[in-house]
Design a protein around this ligand. Structure first.
Ligand code: NDP
Length: 399
């Protein structure tokens, strides 16, 4: 049915590639392009027994012209951006220049400030509309499936959703004293930034990791979780009519937070460049270089993740509460695609999003967050593609 050009060859990209190759009827051809060609080739080697034709290329996606040249060579039907958030705008520019559909899993981030907001990418809406091409933003799990869950809840169970609590729990254990489950730089930027939640039309900022709750997660048990800012709150605040409050919580162990506090206190999480022996280095990028590579956690991680959303609102004048979540097992993911559940829960939705665009189900010119599309075919594919979801109409509520 189509040719996908995937940019990036890291933890998430590996899952996207494996999952695309499980659907050769949609992904006839897959190009893996990234900064380091050897990583693309190593990934291709893992995929060699599939039907999908896999090719590799080297590209510096910070350079729009290079991406344009690659697109012109490959002639893809969609570009799946699973490089880093810093490359979103250069890749979107290249898609505009070549009139090719675009999908990513994380909002654009300027290198020097941690923002986690969509304004730069939303600014492309009109140009994408005029070019007749579709951009799907934030199509991982959170953001991504959390937005699809929200659209599904609104479509089937509510006239109006008033509150959303997004709960992201990872009960996995990789056996290291400290490691991050995905790109350390992006992960630590996210956690050390101020928290925020949406209430009555505005975002209220909180000091990092100051609001803590304990929640008893299905299939995982009781976990400490902390309120964070998270990018999908920005789009859900706009796209969910009648919404009054949105919060995002992520679980962290005391051990993880103690390491993080020490690293922060000594300045290792800073994104301000410093002089070191005549070179400029960014402490957080240096920290990334010495921490375990998230891709190496796969074989060692045991336990499960549980990510989902609790909604309250009204249907036919009656109050409704609804919880929809996925539980994913790190070891099962590793057995299937050689990655742990964090990469898996991001890569599978990115593949499904690309499938939605290629099959025409999510094709509409412009720039959209996932909750702006029909959730039903996506929800069906989640069940078929390894991320089955469960629902409950009497969930424990978060205080
Ligand atoms: P990794 O660091 O494992 O991989 C990033 C890949 O991008 C690497 O292959 C890297 O190449 C490549 N890359 C970086 N810069 C460039 C460039 N200028 N040109 C070409 N390639 C480049 O990250 P992850 O796989 O863990 O994460 C991928 C994305 O997924 C991130 O944007 C992350 O924020 C997002 N994400 C989204 C989640 C969600 O639920 N929505 C959850 C988790 C992650 P090299 O190897 O040469 O450095």
């Amino acid at each position: 049915m189509g040719i996908a050009l995937m940019i990036g060859a890291g933890g998430v990209a590996s899952v996207v590639a494996h999952k695309c190759c499980q659907h050769p009827e949609v992904f006839e051809e897959l190009w893996i392009a990234s900064r380091t060609l050897s990583k693309c080739e190593a990934l291709k080697e893992q995929l060699k027994d599939g039907i999908t034709k896999v090719s590799t290329a080297q590209v510096d996606a910070d350079n729009t012209e290079e991406v344009i040249a690659l697109i012109n060579k490959v002639k893809p039907d969609i570009v799946i951006n699973v490089a880093l958030p810093y490359q979103d705008l250069t890749i979107m520019e290249a898609c505009l220049a070549t009139k090719v559909d675009y999908l990513d899993t994380a909002n654009y981030e300027p290198l020097d400030t941690a923002k986690f907001e969509y304004k730069w990418q939303w600014a492309y809406k009109e140009r994408f509309e005029k070019a007749g091409i579709t951009a799907v933003l934030g199509c991982g799990f959170d953001p991504g499936v959390t937005g699809v869950f929200s659209a599904y809840a609104l479509k089937h169970y509510f006239d109006e959703i008033h509150t959303i609590d997004i709960l992201d729990a990872n009960a996995g254990d990789h056996g290291y004293p400290f490691a991050t489950n995905f790109n350390p730089e992006i992960n630590i930027r996210e956690i050390t930034a101020n928290g925020s939640y949406f209430e009555n039309g505005e975002f209220i900022e909180t000091e990092p990791l100051t609001i803590k709750r304990v929640y008893n997660f299905p299939e995982i048990g009781e976990k400490d979780m902390y309120l964070l800012h998270h990018e999908e709150m920005e789009s859900l605040a706009i796209n969910m009519p009648g919404i009054k409050k949105i919060r995002f919580f992520m679980t962290f162990s005391e051990r993880y937070l103690t390491h993080l506090r020490v690293l922060e206190n000594v300045g290792m999480t800073s994104i301000e460049p410093i002089d070191y022996e005549g070179h400029k280095i960014v402490p957080l990028q240096f920290l990334k270089a010495i921490l375990p590579d998230p891709a190496s956690l796969g074989p060692r991680t045991k336990g499960k993740t549980n990510i989902g959303c609790i909604y309250t609102g009204v249907k036919d004048g009656k109050e409704v509460s609804y919880y929809v979540y996925n539980v994913c097992d790190h070891e099962e993911c590793y057995r299937e695609v050689g990655s742990q559940a964090i990469s898996y829960t991001t890569g599978v939705p990115a593949m499904i999003g690309a499938m939605m665009v290629l099959t025409g189900q999510w094709k509409k010119p412009g720039v959209y967050n996932v909750e702006e599309f029909n959730p039903d075919p996506f929800m069906e594919e989640l069940n078929k593609c390894g991320l089955p979801w469960k629902e409950s109409f009497a969930p424990d509520m978060v205080e």
